[in-house]
Design a binder for this molecule. Structure first.
Ligand SMILES: Nc1ncnc2c1ncn2[C@@H]1O[C@H](COP(=O)(O)OP(=O)(O)O)[C@@H](O)[C@H]1O
Ligand SMILES: [Mg+2]
Length: 305
């Protein structure tokens, strides 16, 4: 029998909405799943045939330790999504790769840790991309809106301070225009299982004008029917990831987050193929589709053994 670990950690499990419905639907399909903490040193990982990353979200403060863990377990079991997908996806620099494949992304400039000219990089970004009143500064590695901040374009000094803070935390910084369509339309998060579209949610804007930053808790999420243009961009992002990573199998799970540009075009804000929250409780039936996708992955695995 294929034993399956659903990987989380003690601190993240209580905020992982997906785990309970996922476990229930896996069990109803007869899939033997077990919830395990990635940082539990007492686990023999080789006793699982599949290790599915679900909510190991404390990794953001322990990145090297987490990546070492991913490499170690990949040598004794099958990590899903695979190691190269996780390594690539943990740093928002993947956005640049997507853009190289022709996928529309939120205009983004990286301000590297060792940059000596932060102020002029910000001014030049504003001059190049013009036509926006506010900007967003965020860490290259991060989740849960942590350290993401919105600033008016005339508050460059505060933006510089935030970049310096991110650098002091060991991260590169990203600068983007604030796309205010999000205040009305929200962002669209599209979820795929084994490469097939499953469901989508509308996530409300998280960066408030007064500087408050909300965590993406349940009240910000609602099921949404995505537009055909959103499906098309999200599918293009997924195909680009598959080509870039040279994957021979579909990704078990993927989430592509889109916002609409000032011109109304959907653009990729984030693509999450490492450990995405999947909003299962907000879209009835999605938990069954995920469990069925896991069952299909198990079957594929058995073909190879
Ligand atoms: N360029 C942007 N324009 C408008 N809102 C943004 C922008 N970038 C981030 N946000 C808001 O901040 C939230 C968190 O940013 P995101 O890039 O998704 O980082 P994280 O990896 O922390 O989820 C988004 O869900 C969105 O509400
Ligand atoms: Mg996000």
């Amino acid at each position: 029998m294929t034993r399956i670990a659903l990987v989380t950690d003690q601190e993240s499990l209580p905020i992982d909405y997906d785990m309970a419905p996922l476990v229930a639907s896996c069990e109803s399909l007869g899939l033997p799943v077990e919830i395990v903490n990635w940082d539990n040193p007492g686990i023999d990982w080789s006793r699982f045939e599949l290790l599915i990353l679900r909510s190991p979200w404390t990794y953001t403060d322990r990145l090297e330790e987490f990546l070492d863990w991913c490499r170690k377990v990949s040598s004794v079991s099958r990590l899903v999504n695979p190691l190269n997908a996780v390594e690539w996806n943990l740093n928002k620099s993947y956005l640049v790769d997507l853009q190289h494949y022709g996928v529309p992304i939120v205009p983004t400039e990286f301000i590297q840790k060792n940059a000596s000219d932060v102020l002029s990089q910000i001014y030049s970004f504003i001059a190049t991309h013009g036509n926006f009143r506010e900007m967003v500064i965020k860490p290259s590695i991060g989740a849960y809106s942590k350290n993401v901040q919105r600033f008016p374009v005339d508050a460059v000094d505060r933006a510089v301070e935030h970049v310096v803070l991110l650098h002091s935390l060991g991260c590169d910084a990203l600068i983007q225009p604030y796309f205010d369509s999000i205040d009305v339309y929200g962002e669209s998060d599209l979820i795929f299982f084994n490469g097939k579209f499953s469901h989508a949610i509308r996530k409300g804007a998280l960066l408030m004008a007064d500087g408050t930053v909300n965590a993406p808790t349940a009240e910000f999420r609602k099921q949404r029917e995505p537009g055909p243009d959103e499906i098309q961009v999200a599918t293009a992002a997924l195909s680009a990831a598959i080509r870039h990573l040279q994957l021979e199998e579909p990704l078990l799970y993927a989430r592509v987050d889109l916002i609409r540009s000032h011109e109304g075009q959907p653009v990729v804000l984030e693509m999450e193929i490492s450990e995405p929250s999947l909003s299962l409780p907000f879209c009835p039936g999605s938990e069954v589709r995920f469990a069925k996708a896991i069952a299909a992955a198990v079957e594929r695995l058995q073909c190879f053994t």
